[in-house]
Write a protein that binds this ligand. Structure first.
Ligand SMILES: [Zn+2]
Length: 135
C-alpha cells in the first residue's frame, strides 16, 4: 500500500504552467501511481507534473521519483506500465491531454483519465473558454 507522500512533493516551487494529471475524486495512491507511470512513460521529456485528485491539487510529482518507485517494486521500466493495471482500477490506461485553445495561453495542460466532452474544464486565464483535446 502506497501513500501519496511516497511520491508527491510540495508544489510551491513548481511552475504554475506545469501540466496537471487530473484524477477522479477519491482516487487512491495506487491508482495515481499507475496513471503517473502512463503519463511519464508516454513521453521522455515530461519531467514534472502536478497531481490533482478531484478538485484538490496534492502537489508536484517528479519523473525520477516515479521511476525509482516502479523499479524498486516491479523491476519493470517506464512505458511498460500496462502490467501494473489492476482489475477494478478506477482509471483506464488511456488519457487525453487538454489545453486552452487560445494561442500562447500560459495555463497548464491537463492530462485527464475521465472527461465529460459536454462539460470540459475551462481555462483559469480565459474564463469561460473550454479546454480542447490536444491528443
Ligand atoms: Zn487560456
Amino acid at each position: 500500500m502506497r501513500n501519496f507522500q511516497d511520491f508527491v512533493t510540495a508544489a510551491e516551487q513548481t511552475d504554475p504552467r506545469t501540466p496537471q494529471v487530473v484524477l477522479p475524486a477519491g482516487s487512491g495512491p495506487d491508482v495515481a501511481m499507475d496513471a503517473l507511470v502512463v503519463v511519464f512513460g508516454d513521453r521522455d521529456d515530461r519531467s514534472t507534473v502536478r497531481l490533482v485528485v478531484g478538485e484538490v491539487e496534492l502537489g508536484a510529482v517528479h519523473r525520477d521519483t516515479v521511476l525509482d518507485l516502479v523499479w524498486t517494486t516491479t523491476k519493470s521500466g517506464l512505458g511498460e506500465g500496462d502490467n501494473l493495471w489492476l482489475p477494478g482500477a478506477s482509471t483506464s490506461a488511456r488519457y487525453v491531454e487538454l489545453a486552452c485553445p487560445v494561442p500562447g495561453c500560459p495555463s497548464s495542460h491537463k492530462f485527464v483519465f475521465t472527461y465529460d466532452e459536454d462539460d470540459p474544464p475551462t481555462c483559469s486565464v480565459h474564463p469561460g473558454t473550454p479546454f480542447q483535446r490536444v491528443t
